[in-house]
Design a protein around this ligand. Sequence first.
Ligand code: IPE
Ligand code: IPE
Ligand code: MG
Length: 250
Amino acid sequence: MGLFSSSTQTIPTSGEVPNHIAVIMDGNGRWARKRFLPRVAGHKRGVETVRDLVKQCAKLNVKFLTLFAFSSENWRRPDDEVSFLMGLFMDALKREVAKLHENNIRLVLIGDRSRFNDELVKQIKASEELTAKNTGLTLTIAANYGGRWDILQATNRMITENPSKTGPFTEEDLAPHLAMCYAPEPDLFIRTGGEKRISNFLLWQLAYTEFYFTDTLWPDFDEEAFQAAITSYQQRERRFGRTSEQLTNA
Ligand code: IPE
Ligand code: IPE
Ligand code: MG
């Protein structure tokens, strides 16, 4: 096993502040439509929310923040929206990476890069390399990411990298090949925009994560809304399969 243990193999310790927060940033299109603006205006505004949230997480000493920016199913959207999103991603990387680096933030991208254009792939690689040794917050952007894609690519790599090994395989065999093997499992999952589903986000890693859903649309998800999510998390009892009595007697 790598750096981090699995919640189903060992009971994790958790503190007041979540160590890893994973977010589905949803509701940009509806935010824009409410204002009679094109959907893409909501995406543009959503980038500002990302900037603020990164700051707040760094201040709170959250170690890992993972943001779902584009799902493997989002290619089904109209072509012009998809290309706007790709352009926005490229611009945001170019514009923000120096500041991330200044703030000791490590940037990592998870997802299938094979459908991105060469320029974007190069920009992603350069941004990751520049910030690779930073020791503050790890900001992971999930782009062209799907939970099923992740489990399958990990399985395939596990097999091709050890061709002589046959099953039965264990969690320890698979886990190092998952896209986010460098991070512990998320403590808190937040979805804005009112939908109550995972939409093929981190299927493996959310096994024991606390879920928080809010109707607030992503561009409106401000410091107060984030604090409400943290407060809700702090009121949860994380049992990992045990009874409440076992926790209080421990
Ligand atoms: C989330 O906002 C951003 C992406 C999926 C890229 P949406 O674009 O899904 O906004 P709604 O859900 O249509 O309001
Ligand atoms: C999930 O949002 C993906 C991202 C936020 C990137 P969607 O808006 O695509 O999810 P569905 O289609 O409503 O499930
Ligand atoms: Mg949506």
